[in-house]
Design a protein around this ligand. Structure first.
Ligand SMILES: NC(=O)c1ccc[n+]([C@@H]2O[C@H](COP(=O)([O-])OP(=O)(O)OC[C@H]3O[C@@H](n4cnc5c(N)ncnc54)[C@H](O)[C@@H]3O)[C@@H](O)[C@H]2O)c1
Length: 458
């Protein structure tokens, strides 16, 4: 079969794999190839056991794989054949040198740019899909312009706004698709080619365009606002616990204000995931670079509140359980950073587990999708940790349960049965406020929600 265009995606992770599967699904006339330096990842994409869990993803991968969706480690060939190349490599926080702990580590990105330069035999459109610092496209253009073969590259910014756990829905019905380009004739032509792909399923009025720097910045700003909103509601959980106000009642009251809206107002132990913290730090680093210290401090506070919230949760556990956790068995309900994903990157669970181990508690971890990642995250930790897929088995013989991830399955458990199998007094710390606290209290639990008065039997 001959295809209208060859699309390549460099980086087959959460974003590259999911977005390319959606493009292949919606555009059978395009050949979509995903390449990655990690052969295990590619082998998993080609197997029945995909490397990531995302509701609905396996269905579209299975229906397109081998037809117009291909996964391979042959990056050189992929680059040669492609007319449009998406770059979706990881952009973690730098752990060394200048900007360590703050700036984006651009080594994967630069390696990719140089490889594109080296392997290209014809002109191409390069699409920044990863979240990059503002003005990365400029650096990309500079590197790509080093070629001596008269090959022309147009660089576009097309940040991805999908959320893990709802990625397939977000990709199928995006709030918007943003494309940043140069306003030169070839920049506009490249932009139109990308619009043509999305127009196969996204309504035209949802495909918006801007200059490249606005596009790059919009992604960082979107994540900063989302994280800020969670940090804002979480900052008032501490206030509620002091004043006997109820955070869920407050969230409902303010969420009905149409200017504010009711999304992202769920109180919790804090946000996680691979993006929010690194993107805010990236923004903070850029602000400092431009001498905008007040702006940097403002956004840095969003991260600080998140750290505070996680620490507060562990402190509450410690003080509720008579100021000692040594030798006590604590069950974590959930380890993923949010429900409906197996991803544990920057999950609050890692911080909480580590702190509880520091207190010499014994941990039992249960999660429907994230146990493999949990094992990797806690590998080598100096303490006793065990894992079970079955929440009943996990809670058996424990002193306390801490709800860390808001999986639906935890709402419908038989808590009477669980209570009977636990050491008394039995504690539940609901880090997501998803359980029926009054019912748990009536069963006999001492219940500690977030941002509401505790219900205790002593
Ligand atoms: N995960 C999300 O929810 C999400 C959402 C929106 C945007 N983003 C952004 O998208 C980007 C990718 O995120 P992710 O979660 O998919 O990361 P990921 O770590 O899951 O995937 C990145 C992949 O790139 C591969 N890679 C790295 N260097 C490579 C190279 N030189 N050649 C080929 N492959 C290479 C890695 O092996 C890895 O499989 C990041 O910038 C992230 O901020 C992520």
């Amino acid at each position: 079969m001959t295809f209208k265009k060859n699309i390549l995606c460099i980086g087959g992770g959460y974003v590259g794999g999911s977005t390319m599967a959606m493009i292949a699904h919606k555009c059978p006339h395009y050949k979509v190839t995903v390449v990655d330096i990690n052969p295990t990842r590619i082998a998993e994409w080609n197997s029945n056991n995909l490397p990531i869990y995302e509701p609905g993803l396996d269905k579209i991968v299975i229906s397109t794989r081998g037809k117009n969706l291909f996964f391979t480690t042959d990056i050189e060939r992929g680059i040669k054949e492609a007319e449009i190349i998406f770059v979706s490599v990881n952009t973690p926080v730098k752990t060394f040198g200048a900007g360590a702990g703050m700036a984006a580590d651009l080594q994967y990105w630069e390696k990719t740019a140089r490889q594109i330069l080296e392997c290209s035999e014809s002109s191409k459109i390069i699409v920044e899909k990863s979240t990059f610092p503002v003005r990365t496209a400029f650096a990309m253009e500079r590197i790509l312009s080093l070629n001596e073969n008269n090959i022309h590259f147009d660089v576009l910014s097309n940040p991805e706004f999908l959320a893990e756990g709802t990625a397939i829905k977000d990709l199928e019905y995006p709030d918007r698709v943003l494309i940043g380009s140069r306003e030169t004739p070839s920049g506009v032509k490249a932009r139109n080619e990308l619009i043509e792909i999305y127009a196969n399923w996204v309504p035209k009025d949802r495909i918006i365009t801007s200059n490249i720097w606005s596009s790059e910045l919009s992604k960082l700003v979107a994540n900063a606002f989302l994280a800020q909103r969670i940090s804002s509601i979480n900052s008032f959980t501490a206030f509620c616990e002091k004043s006997e106000a109820d955070i869920n009642e407050v969230a409902r009251a303010i969420g009905m204000d149409s200017r504010l809206g009711d999304k992202f107002l769920n109180p919790s132990i804090g946000w996680g995931g691979s993006c929010f913290k690194k993107d805010i730090f990236n923004l903070v680093y850029l602000c400092r670079h431009y001498g905008l210290d007040e702006v940097a401090n403002y956004w840095e506070a969003v991260v600080n509140i998140n750290e505070y919230q996680k620490e507060r949760f562990v402190r509450t556990m410690l003080s509720a359980m008579f100021n000692t956790l040594a030798g006590k068995k604590i069950c974590l309900f959930g380890f993923a950073f949010k429900a409906n994903t197996g991803d544990t990157r920057e999950s609050p669970a890692i911080f909480i587990a580590t702190k509880l181990i520091d207190e010499r508690a014994e941990l039992v971890i249960t999660d429907p999708k994230a146990l493999n990642n949990a094992r990797i995250d806690l590998n080598g930790i100096n303490g006793t940790v065990s894992y079970s897929e079955d929440p009943y088995e996990a809670a058996d013989g424990c002193d306390a349960i801490a709800v860390v991830t808001e999986w639906e399955v935890y709402k419908d458990l038989d808590f009477k049965k669980i209570f009977q199998s636990m050491v008394k007094p039995a504690f539940i710390f609901d880090g997501r406020n998803i359980l029926n606290h009054k019912q748990l209290f009536d069963i006999g639990f001492n219940v500690f929600p977030i941002g509401k008065p505790a219900l205790t039997h002593f």
